[in-house]
Design a protein around this ligand. Structure first.
Ligand code: ZN
Length: 483
């Protein structure tokens, strides 16, 4: 099973210290969340799993960590200053503000329900008052205007309105990779095809964030830009789509809760030739199956747009440089064909936070014990679980047992995340570890003092096995390898 809805995860996350509402003692901040002790571990494990898969287990990818604040010109030539915006519209009657594109989708759906399948372009349906305000029911709209999603700030001790000091918090990590293309190419002596991976925070001033950590204004991206020869882009794109889907399966997401979504031409970003989203069933409670799904990750074929737009050489029809500010040409010389060209880029882009949410939802299950009580078990993949093993003393008033349990915890710590816990009876301790997804509990009892063995309890089956302390680490590592 998996979680029946996101709210189930919100309450578990707060109760057990995965995620808290941010700034709560001051009334909170809309759509901002803080990761608690277990949530922070979960994020570390997701990042590590992605980095290991993307950078270490392949021989054609390098890592990078670029600045969050870049020269403003990066965002001018990437197109973000002009086009990275949402269309907004206000209701003149009740002053509610909406994303016009969301209203258009509502309008299209209401028409479709009435049996009228139409393609709605532009904003005429608002101007003509054909859609009523979802808040007050009137149809008196302002004009539609673009709202840029980049957060603005200023560098240095300058006036607020000094245009020369204006900078943005990056809305994606990708541009930091493109502007370092030559640096990585020259220092790593790479040949095409090769990729550059980056994990880091990005910021978007979303008009309508929400659904817990699904959409927040501050979020963490895991992006990789894979550079290929033009003509080899379509095959590489398909290979990455398949590889990314497999990665989600490998970290424990069930196949039935994943699907591929081909973005239709009219939804594509201006630079994209083809984009496929991997969607997760984030909203299983919705009646209409089609509305269960939303984006977990996107895999785009960005063509040669990015490297070209940041290059000094390309010219328009009249011989004028398209980018008079760049000092470099980001083209590639192919030794084999003796040709110079701008590589195409395949971009698999995922979010740490959305991946965490999908993992929590997918791992959620309930089990009834022999007393008829329902227990929550978080069946996280072992590689993702925040805690790998909890060492528990059966009697906390027996110094020998406590000492042995603490010694076992310390001996395991160098090879896996282990904790010691004696804050309750054994039943309660087991239930707590089940609920946070700890794959194994190790219990030290009176017998352990004599036979140098402990009880290992499996989270998913509740089966118990007696293991010699000397063999414990090897046993656990084998179980992790089998997961
Ligand atoms: Zn209204």
């Amino acid at each position: 099973m998996s979680a029946p809805n996101i709210d189930t995860i919100v309450s578990l996350a707060k109760r057990r210290g995965f995620v808290y509402p941010s700034s709560e003692i001051y009334g909170g901040l809309g759509s901002a969340w803080d990761y608690g002790p277990l949530g922070a571990e979960l994020c570390v494990n997701v990042r590590a799993a992605w980095w290991r898969w993307m950078v270490y287990e392949r021989d054609d990818i390098e890592g990078l960590d670029s600045s969050i604040i870049l020269n403003r010109l990066v965002w001018k030539y990437s197109g973000h200053e002009d086009t990275f915006s949402d269309p907004l519209v206000d209701c003149r009657e009740c002053q509610s503000r909406f994303r016009a594109d969301k209203l258009r989708e509502q309008y299209r759906q209401s028409k479709a329900k009435a049996g009228e399948y139409i393609l709605v372009m532009g904003w005429r349906f608002l101007e003509r008052g054909e859609l009523k305000c979802p808040n007050c029911g009137k149809a008196n709209w302002t004009g539609v205007r673009p709202f840029n999603l980049m957060f603005r700030t200023h560098v240095g001790a300058t006036a607020e309105d000094d245009a020369d000091a204006l900078v943005y918090l990056r809305p994606e990590t990708a541009q930091g990779i493109f502007i370092n293309f030559l640096n990585v190419l020259n220092t790593s002596r790479r040949k095409l095809p090769f990729g550059v991976a980056q994990i880091g925070k990005s910021f978007r001033n979303e008009v309508t964030p929400g659904n817990f950590i699904f959409r927040t204004r501050e979020f963490e991206q895991m992006e990789m830009e894979y550079f290929v020869r033009p003509g080899e882009d379509e095959q590489a794109h398909q290979e990455w789509i398949d590889a990314c889907r497999q990665w989600f399966l490998d970290i424990g997401i069930s196949a039935g809760n994943l699907r591929l979504y081909e973005q239709p031409k009219e939804e594509l970003a201006h630079y994209a030739k083809r984009t496929v989203d991997i969607q997760y069933r984030f909203f299983p409670e919705r009646e209409d199956e089609e509305r269960h799904w939303d984006e977990l990750m996107g895999i785009a074929n960005r063509t040669d747009f990015d490297l070209k737009t940041h290059s000094k050489k390309p010219e328009d029809a009249e011989g004028k440089r398209l980018n008079p500010d760049s000092t470099e040409d980001l083209s590639y010389f192919d030794e084999q064909t003796k040709q110079r060209f701008y590589p195409y880029v395949i971009e698999p882009a995922a979010g740490v936070n959305r991946t965490v949410l999908a993992l929590l939802m997918d791992a959620y299950s309930e089990k009834t014990n022999d007393k008829g009580e329902t227990r929550v078990i978080l069946k996280l993949h072992h590689s993702i679980a925040p805690i790998k093993v909890a060492v528990l003393p059966l009697a906390k008033n027996k110094p020998e047992i406590v000492g042995m349990a603490k010694a076992i915890k310390r001996s395991l710590q160098p090879i896996m995340r282990a904790v010691y816990d004696d804050t309750g009876g054994i039943g309660k301790l087991y239930a707590r570890q089940d609920e946070v997804g700890t794959p194994f509990c190790v219990t030290v009892d009176h017998q352990s003092l004599e036979d140098e063995a402990v009880t290992v309890r499996d989270r998913d089956t509740w089966a118990q096995e007696r293991i010699k302390v000397a063999n414990l680490a090897t046993y656990l590592l084998q179980r992790f390898a089998d997961n």
